[in-house]
Design a protein around this ligand. Sequence first.
Ligand code: GDP
Ligand code: ZN
Length: 460
Amino acid sequence: AQTLTEFDTIAAISTPIGEGGISIVRMSGEESVKIANRLFKGKDLTKAASHTINYGHIVDPKTGEMIDEVMVSVLLAPKTATREDMIEINCHGGIVVTNRILQLLLANGARMAEPGEFTKRAFVNGRIDLTQAEAVMDIVRAKTDKARDVAAKQMAGGLMQKIKDLRQEILNTLANVEVNIDYPEYDADTVTAKEMADTSKRVISEIDALLKTANEGKILRNGLATAIVGRPNVGKSSLLNYLTQSDKAIVTDVAGTTRDTLEEFVSVNGVPLELIDTAGIHQTDDKVEKIGVERSKKALKRADLVLLLLDSSQELTSEDQELLQATADKKRIIVLNKTDLGMKITPQELADQTASPVIAVSVLEKQHMEQLEQTIKDLFFSGIENSNEQVMVTNQRQTGLLAKAKGQLEEVISAVDNGIPVDIAQIDFTGAWDTLGEITGDSAPDELITQLFSQFCLGK
Ligand code: GDP
Ligand code: ZN
């Protein structure tokens, strides 16, 4: 529960800067309606009902100059995004006109909002918790429909409620501990110690269940980190090009083609892939073979999925063998490319050697590519079987805090096991309660909150 603080009125452009049909300039704070009314020629906005949209013109009050024809939404607290009075000015979508309106708001009493400040106010005013605020950012940044779905669930408060429940459980036990400490006449220590340890065990198992979703949550949010590896000339660039379906990925026999970007996001049948080190794919082409392998190994480290390319028209080389070995413990698909040239290695031969799916394709002739895509999709969904759960952990901050709380609860259990006095064990127990509170923001330090919201885009 946050105390309602008095805030100044903030303003920002909430739509992308550029030419468009409309732009929206937003204000939040007590003075919003008054400030808008100073610039608005139409009806008296201070008398407008909440949640109405009002037609009129924005006029510079100093010069009388008409700036634009607009629709102004009046949204009065508390049923607004920030729980404060809000104004949304829909104006024509041009850089100059949008900026003029923003400048007029600033000249008439509003302050320029910081990135994420609207969402921050929703948090500080108690409309959403930190996990929901993070979900707002995730939904804006979602690159695939699946990622959007996960964010939408988190925005609905699933994770928040789960964490609140766990905290409540700890709190109930803490209350009993306090009572018992006050009445030392019955064997309080033993009873309370056992209760604390039992609660710790229960909460730990819930935390474990949440942590289990973390890897999937990461994959859903960021995509499967995918490395395309293989010795030079097997068709890595061609495959990359096919996956990105754009001419940005340069395929050429000529050495020296490089790219700036290191990562690229693609959606293969709705499956988000983050292609790792796509620049490396090209740079290795014209270097000594060894470098190609070394670089591949680096990209491999953070890969969730490996697409290992082999040239099926040639016998396996020692380099191929090396890569087969280096990727053996990864989730991988072995792609036998260039089937159109006649096959010297068959899928069967390889399938005998490995548990990984082996797909024979011709990237050049676009043969069996849908089979490759389907296999990627199957692997993806087999890796995210929990993704329909309402509650998932999606980012490092949440994962880190859950792990910390778990550690504190384990300390409680071991303290109780070792007969350490209850009031000592209680310190970690309370600590876990605090740590969980940081996830939702109930007990998060100010700096953290400021830092978190600063990652938002302007006007959000
Ligand atoms: P990389 O060095 O692994 O990135 O390989 P590239 O994608 O640059 O391909 C090397 C050469 O093989 C190019 O000339 C491609 O056109 C060619 N190539 C790629 N895939 C196929 C294929 O399926 N069949 C045939 N015949 N050639 C291919
Ligand atoms: Zn290449």
